[in-house]
Design a protein around this ligand. Structure first.
Ligand code: FAS
Ligand code: PHB
Length: 397
């Protein structure tokens, strides 16, 4: 017998973008939920991850009342740049997509806005929970058990949303024979830094250099975000600040153009590169959303945006269930998500294959990449393919 027994409509495991946005969208439809998270509030609000919001993601945050700070602090970018053979080439996203753009705004800022919104509406998020177990997911009363502040909890709900990321517990609750896993691991990783330095350029730069990939991004007019391709098992220890800056300056050097502004490195991390999809994204009354169901290499800036797309469809399906007792959208949730997920997987794989050095000795492969980059920056048709995927494909129902 638990110390606390809670009955709610939707149990949400994970307070990342997927879980938090889902709880917000459900609340707007008058649907009760509880969000449980194993890290602290300060941890999830300071966890530096994605940086690019697709057109649809930004619009959704504006339309659902979570976009006030985004409107003030988000940076709308109408183009991105491809750097190769010492030259910068701009892809005019807005011109190629009928006015769509991306917004540069840290994922941790989105998480802060969603947490603040949920708490301001007097709704629950339980942080620092432990010992999460999930059962009865094939019955009409799934159960989530956990401990919080030395007390045991038992949550009985109608539905469970597994929004607990790639390493979470929800996917593991599904019998292996019920799932098909698709995955691909890349032979490199990204060494990422956050630097207290004014961004040197106004828009992102994706660079294919003979020494390896580099990405110039930003978080604010005072914070630059940079990544460089490194070994998949890279040890950060031998990477002094100077060595990081020297490598970035070499890969992001364009004669006659600006150079990177150095500054205090606030954070260093290595992000592994993998593609992962689990099918289906539902088992009984458990729905998987976001990284719990799929992971993309960050080259296409799709990770967080895919999570947003999943929970949009799930919230709409649950709203139809509670408002009209309709289950069609719930039944088609997995298939509809996976159509979008696989297109984002394709784009992320394509951007990763285009921009990274897979084998420093394969001269043919490098020339092929440069030819594709040359085609992309001289053909409107080719540039349109990149642009429409990068700003986000329309969410087909
Ligand atoms: P998340 O992983 O964000 O959130 C899951 C939440 O569940 C976490 O808060 C976790 O603490 C919690 N949780 C896990 N297990 C739990 C349990 N048992 N009980 C309760 N809570 C539990 N995407 C990009 O587009 N660009 C990038 O540059 C980029 N960089 C990334 C760097 C790293 C290191 C990682 C890991 C991912 C990166 N991503 C990037 C992808 C990332 O942004 C994800 O796509 C995004 O966080 C997905 O959001 P969620 O599905 O909510 O999962
Ligand atoms: C970032 O700003 O963190 C970022 C931008 C674009 C990407 C990946 C990460 O493709």
């Amino acid at each position: 017998m638990a110390d606390n027994n809670i009955r709610t409509q939707v149990g949400i495991i994970g307070a990342g973008p997927a879980g938090l946005l889902l709880s917000h969208l459900l609340s707007l439809n008058g649907i009760e939920s509880i969000v449980i998270e194993d890290k602290s509030r300060s941890y999830v609000e300071s966890r530096i991850r994605a940086g690019v919001l697709e057109h649809g993601t930004a619009q959704l945050l504006f339309d659902t009342g979570v976009g006030a700070r985004l409107a003030k602090e988000g940076m709308r970018h109408e183009g991105i740049n491809l750097g190769f053979s010492g030259q910068l080439h701009r892809i005019n996203l807005a011109e190629l997509t009928g006015g769509k753009a991306i917004t540069v705004y840290g994922q941790h800022e989105v998480v802060k806005d969603l947490i603040a919104t949920r708490l301001s509406r007097g709704e629950q998020i339980l942080f620092e929970i432990t010992g999460v177990t999930l059962d009865r997911i094939t019955t009409k009363q799934p159960r989530i058990c956990f401990r919080h502040q030395d007390r045991s909890f038992e949550v009985t709900c109608d539905w469970v949303a597994g929004c607990d990321g790639y390493h979470g517990v929800s996917r593991a609750c599904i019998p292996a024979e019920a799932l098909t896993i698709f995955e691909k691991t890349y032979p490199f990783a990204w060494l990422g830094i956050l630097a207290e330095a004014a961004p040197s350029w106004e828009e992102l730069i994706y660079a294919n250099h003979e020494n390896g990939f580099a990405l110039f991004s930003m978080r604010s007019p005072k914070i630059t975000r940079l990544y460089l391709q490194c070994r998949p098992d890279e040890d950060l220890t031998p990477w002094s600040d100077d060595r990081i800056w020297e490598n970035l300056e070499k890969r992001l050097s364009f004669p006659g153009d600006k150079t990177i502004q150095r500054g205090k490195i606030l954070q260093k991390s290595v992000t592994t590169m993998r593609s992962f999809v689990v099918e289906p994204m539902r088992y009984g009354r458990l729905f998987l959303a976001g990284d719990a169901a799929h992971v993309v290499p960050p080259t296409g800036a799709k990770g967080m945006n895919l999570a947003v797309g999943d929970v949009c469809l799930l919230a709409r399906a649950l709203a139809a269930f509670y408002a009209k007792d309709q289950t069609a959208l719930l039944e088609s949730y997995s298939d509809r998500c996976l159509r979008r997920v696989w297109k984002a997987q394709r784009f992320s794989w394509w951007m990763t294959s285009l921009l990274h050095r897979f084998d420093q000795n394969d001269a043919f492969e490098y020339r092929r990449q440069l030819a594709e980059l040359d085609y992309l920056t001289t053909s409107r048709a080719a540039a349109t393919v990149l642009a429409e995927n990068y700003v986000g494909l329309p969410w087909t129902d």
